[in-house]
Write a protein that binds this ligand. Structure first.
Ligand code: CMX
Length: 437
């Protein structure tokens, strides 16, 4: 059985060659135009980044090295006794482009579990924070402070060659991923269950099995499986989204993986991005309270118009790239469809009913280019049903997940020797001058 590092050692030279050929044979090929609308419109649709592990199609949704979510559900190994994709098999696919065997997956799980405990200074740092500090702020602080351990940073200081960067980047990335469950679970404990003992990392469990256990839900098989699916499919969503892009930009300065991912986390913490899953649940619970027993398609429609007329966005709907219902939303809905207890849950039912009404309302409203749900529309209600009710914590789970994709690209960016990012900006006067020329 090969380790993920050994597989990467085989894949890296091939990818390096592919990039070399792109540069020598096609560097002047045109992929699109840059228009004023790109410069003033958040660069939407501008093809301007290299990102290896996944590509997002507006209609089909995400593909990881060409595999759709349904493909991944068919071919990626699950946990022993489970059915859902686990973080390790997704990570293996993202990093190497290959489907891991059962044995490779288990070996990666063990490798991560063996380094899953937090250094004491991180525990002290987290324990010193006020429980009222948002869990995402705490997560970013913990991740950034872990860079005390960075092997990449230490090696850089020692003076290593550029072609060795990726190996240290990989070590840091695996170390960070291994510790994320203990870090994120300690934040949960400190904020919501102060004083309760935290279980140690179980070397026989997968990453998310351990995470669920440390959150206090280890005996809830259905929630553990949901978290596995959730964390696997939130792992990567190509490079242009705000968290991935931020992490990529910071990494391009050769800041280590910890600092780069901490930066990405703070982009994820914005309400138009990952914080939307917290917002969705807050908004749906408010709707539930207002509608009481009168939850019908008509009353939901009215409630949606109320949100829109008050100038707010409908959280969980719309997307910068997608123009169809998000297949991640569909996969989470499918999880609900197979479990009677979820189907009977009022908040799960409300999310589903909202989906039956919202696209038509958003189309009539006429602003959003995508009236369909994104992943955040569905993710929170299932957590709530299983007793993970503190929705300010939800984006932390997204944060644990998105590390898979951001750290994968960090490794690839170093393996491919990508340069520091430095696009050109223009003032409005400079744009006008360019137009006249
Ligand atoms: N409700 C109301 N209006 C919306 C809307 C929604 N869900 N989505 C977009 N719009 C509005 C925009 O605010 C914009 O209005 P203005 O012209 O007044 O500025 C207009 O429609 C056009 O926007 P767009 O081009 O369709 O969308 P963007 O690419 O600019 O933004 C996104 C994408 C996701 C930020 C936006 O759809 C949104 O705010 N959605 C709600 C928040 C959300 O669910 N975010 C999570 C996304 C997934 C994730 O990153 O986790």
């Amino acid at each position: 059985t090969k380790t993920v590092r050994e597989v990467l050692e085989e894949v890296v030279p091939k990818k390096q060659l592919q990039l070399k050929q792109l540069k020598t044979e096609h560097s002047q090929a045109v992929l699109g135009e840059v228009k004023v609308e790109h410069v003033v419109g958040g660069m939407r649709g501008l093809k301007s980044m290299l990102w290896e592990a996944s590509v997002l199609d507006p209609l089909e949704g995400i593909r990881f090295h060409g595999l759709s979510i349904a493909d991944c559900q068919n071919v990626l190994p699950a946990a022993p006794g489970g059915k859902e994709i686990i973080a390790e098999s997704m990570l293996w696919l993202l990093l190497t482009g290959k489907i891991p065997t059962e044995a490779e997956t288990r070996q990666l799980s063990r490798q991560l579990a063996e380094k899953g405990e937090l250094p004491e200074y991180i525990e002290k740092l987290l324990d010193s924070l006020p429980p009222t500090l948002h869990p995402m702020t705490q997560l970013g602080m913990g991740v950034a402070a872990l860079n005390h351990e960075s092997k990449f940073q230490a090696a850089y200081e020692r003076g290593i060659k550029k072609n060795e960067y990726w190996q240290y980047a990989l070590e840091d990335s695996l170390d960070l991923l291994a510790r994320l469950p203990a870090l994120a679970a300690r934040i949960y404990r400190n904020v919501y269950n102060p004083g309760q003992p935290l279980p140690k990392v179980n070397k026989d469990l997968d990453l998310v099995g351990n995470y669920a256990n440390m959150l206090g839900f280890g005996d809830n098989h259905d929630l553990t499986e949901y978290l596995r699916l959730y964390i696997a499919i939130h792992g990567d969503h190509e490079g242009g989204n705000a968290s991935a892009h931020t992490s990529h930009l910071v990494g391009s300065t050769l800041a280590d993986p910890y600092l780069s991912y901490a930066a990405g986390l703070y982009a994820l913490a914005g309400p138009l991005h990952g914080l939307a899953n917290q917002e969705v649940l807050r908004w749906q619970m408010q709707m539930q309270k207002e509608l009481g027993d009168n939850i019908t398609h008509d009353s939901i429609r009215e409630s949606l118009w109320k949100t829109l007329k008050s100038g707010q966005v409908v959280p969980g709907y719309g997307h910068g790239v997608l123009r169809n219902p998000d297949p991640r939303f569909m996969a989470l809905q499918q999880f609900c469809d197979t479990r009677p207890s979820l189907l009977q849950d009022p908040i799960v039912q409300l999310v589903k009913k909202t989906y039956e009404v919202a696209p038509a309302v958003l189309k009539e409203h006429g602003k959003t280019k995508n009236p369909y749900p994104n992943v955040d529309a569905a993710s929170g209600c299932v957590l709530y049903h299983y007793g993970l009710t503190q929705f300010k914590y939800y984006t932390v789970i997204f944060g644990v997940s998105r590390a898979l994709g951001c750290l994968t690209q960090y490794v690839w960016s170093r393996a491919l020797g990508l340069p520091i990012e430095r696009p050109k900006s223009l003032s409005m006067d400079a744009i006008e001058k360019l137009i006249k020329e």
